[in-house]
Write a protein that binds this ligand. Structure first.
Ligand SMILES: [Zn+2]
Length: 424
C-alpha cells in the first residue's frame, strides 16, 4: 500500500477528509514516524482510537502523560526551542522542536507551526497530540492545537534554555547551546538532498568531552582553535555516536574566553557509557574476558573492507583478500560489557611484533590461529584501560579503541571498589 491507499483507508474509517489525512500522514512519514504509528496517531487525532478516551483532551501533569494518551492539554514552561527545516512534498518547512516542563517532569515536543513561544515562556498547550518516539511519549503540536500564554510562571526544577556540556549531549537533543573549541575542521562537498553541497565537519571540545560536528552552512568562522558559542544546534546519531549539527538557524559567535579542553576522555562505567547510547570519546576500564573469533590475522575484502569468512565477502563473494590484523575482545567491569575492537597498530603492539612477523609465525605453524591464540594467552583475565569511540546498536556495543593499555593498579582493589559502587 502507498500513502494514498493508507490515507483512503483512514479517511473512510474515520469519516474525515482524505486530503487532510493524507497531508498529516505525509508529515509524519517525512518525520520518519513508522507507518503504523503514523496511522495510529491520525486515528487518535480524529477520536477514532479504540484504546483512548475519544473525548476532549484532558489536562495532564507531564509525568502522567503516557503513549496511550490521545490528545492532552498541558500547562508548562518552555525549556528549549530549536528550529530545523525539513522537506516534504518538495517544500521546505520550518519545524520547532524542544522540551516543555512542569513541576512533575519534562517532555519533548514538535511544533509544525510557529506558535511564537520562546524558552522561558509559560504556556498552556491545548489539544496536543501524543505520539511515541523511542518508547517515550512526545507532544505533537499541529493546526488543531492551541497555545495560550500564562501570566503566572510555571514552576519547574529544570533549567530553562538549552545550555549544555558536550558530555551530556544525546542523539535527539534539539535547541541546544554549547560553548566549544574547534579541534578539527575541514570543508567537504557532499551529494546532499539539494545536489552538491558544501559542508564543514570536524571535532569540537569543551571541558567535559569532545564530539564530531557538521555545519550544513559551511561557516568559515569554524576554523581550528576558534572558541565559539553555538546557539540552537541539534544532535543526531552518525555512525553510532551523537553528532552536533549546525543548521541555517544556528547562530555562531565568539565565546570571548578561552575554552578549556580536557586532554583526557570522560571516564565512565561500561553500563553507564552503553546506556548513553553511544559516545564519541570515552574511557573505560575493565577485565578482558574473551578474545573473540575473527581476531589475530584476518583478510579483508579489497572493495568494501569487510572481513572475509572462508575467503568470501558477504557482498562481493570470492575475492583476493587483503591481509590485516585486529582484535575483538569482550571487556567487563561489573556494570556492563562491551566489545573492544583494536586496529592493526594496537594489535601489533599487543602481539609484540609486526604483521609480517605474525604471518611468518602462522606459516611456520601452518595455522593462522596461532596468532590469535598467542594474543589470547597474553590478555585474557587481565585488566585494561581503553579510550575510544563507543557505538551502540541492535547488535550490541562496540568500542573502537584509540588507546589501550594494561592498568597499573591492583585489579583486586579496583574490583572491590567497583563492587562497593554497584552495591553488589
Ligand atoms: Zn566486499
Amino acid at each position: 500500500m502507498d500513502v494514498d491507499d493508507h490515507a483512503e483507508e483512514l479517511a473512510s474509517t474515520l469519516g474525515v477528509d482524505k486530503a487532510e489525512v493524507k497531508s498529516d500522514l505525509q508529515n509524519l512519514l517525512e518525520y520518519s514516524v513508522p507507518i503504523d504509528e503514523a496511522k495510529q496517531s491520525i486515528r487518535r487525532k480524529h477520536g477514532g482510537d479504540s484504546g483512548g478516551s475519544g473525548g476532549s483532551p484532558t489536562s495532564r501533569d507531564i509525568a502522567d502523560i503516557t503513549t496511550e494518551d490521545g490528545n492532552v492539554t498541558v500547562t508548562a514552561r518552555v525549556l528549549t526551542v530549536g528550529r530545523r527545516s525539513i522537506r516534504y512534498q518538495g517544500e521546505e518547512q520550518t519545524i520547532r522542536e524542544g522540551e516543555l516542563a512542569d513541576e512533575t517532569g519534562k517532555i519533548s515536543y514538535t511544533a509544525w507551526e510557529d506558535f511564537g513561544f520562546e524558552p522561558g515562556d509559560s504556556v498552556t498547550v491545548g489539544n496536543a497530540g501524543v505520539r511515541e518516539w523511542d518508547g517515550e511519549p512526545e507532544l505533537n503540536l499541529g493546526s488543531s492545537s492551541t497555545v495560550a500564554v500564562e501570566t503566572t510562571p510555571v514552576e519547574t526544577p529544570y533549567d530553562v534554555g538549552g545550555e549544555t556540556d558536550l558530555v551530556n549531549v544525546r542523539a535527539g537533543d534539539r535547541g541546544r547551546t554549547v560553548e566549544v573549541r574547534v579541534l578539527e575542521s575541514e570543508e567537504r562537498t557532499i551529494d546532499g538532498r539539494n545536489g552538491e553541497t558544501l559542508i564543514r565537519s570536524g571535532v569540537v571540545a569543551d571541558e567535559t568531552g569532545r564530539l564530531p560536528f557538521t555545519d550544513w552552512g559551511a561557516r568559515s568562522d569554524l576554523r581550528e582553535s576558534a572558541d565559539l558559542r553555538f546557539e540552537d544546534v541539534y544532535a543526531r546519531e552518525f555512525r553510532g555516536v551523537p553528532q552536533i549539527n549546525l543548521s541555517e538557524f544556528t547562530t555562531v559567535t565568539p565565546v570571548g574566553r578561552e575554552v578549556t579542553v580536557n586532554e583526557s576522555a570522560p571516564r565512565m562505567g561500561i553500563g553507564e557509557a552503553v546506556g548513553s547510547g553511544g559516545m564519541f570519546d570515552v574511557e573505560v576500564t575493565g577485565n578482558l574476558l574473551e578474545v573473540r573469533d575473527g581476531s589475530g590475522l584476518i583478510e579483508r575484502c579489497p572493495d568494501c573492507g569487510r572481513v572475509l569468512q572462508n575467503g568470501q565477502c558477504r557482498s562481493h563473494g570470492d575475492v583476493a583478500g587483503e591481509d590485516d590484523m585486529r582484535v575483538k575482545a569482550i571487556l567487563d567491569d561489573g556494570t556492563g560489557t562491551v566489545t573492544v575492537v583494536l586496529d592493526r597498530d594496537l594489535t601489533e603492539t599487543l602481539y609484540g611484533g609486526t604483521m609480517d612477523e605474525a604471518m611468518e609465525q602462522a606459516r611456520e605453524a601452518m595455522d593462522k590461529e596461532v596468532v590469535a591464540d598467542d594474543i589470547r594467552d597474553t590478555v585474557v583475565g587481565r585488566e585494561f584501560r581503553i579510550r575510544g569511540n563507543l557505538s551502540v546498536d541492535d547488535y550490541g556495543a562496540n568500542l573502537e579503541a584509540n588507546e589501550f593499555e594494561e592498568t597499573a593498579d591492583d585489579p583486586a582493589e579496583r574490583a572491590a571498589a567497583l563492587r562497593e559502587e554497584v552495591g553488589a
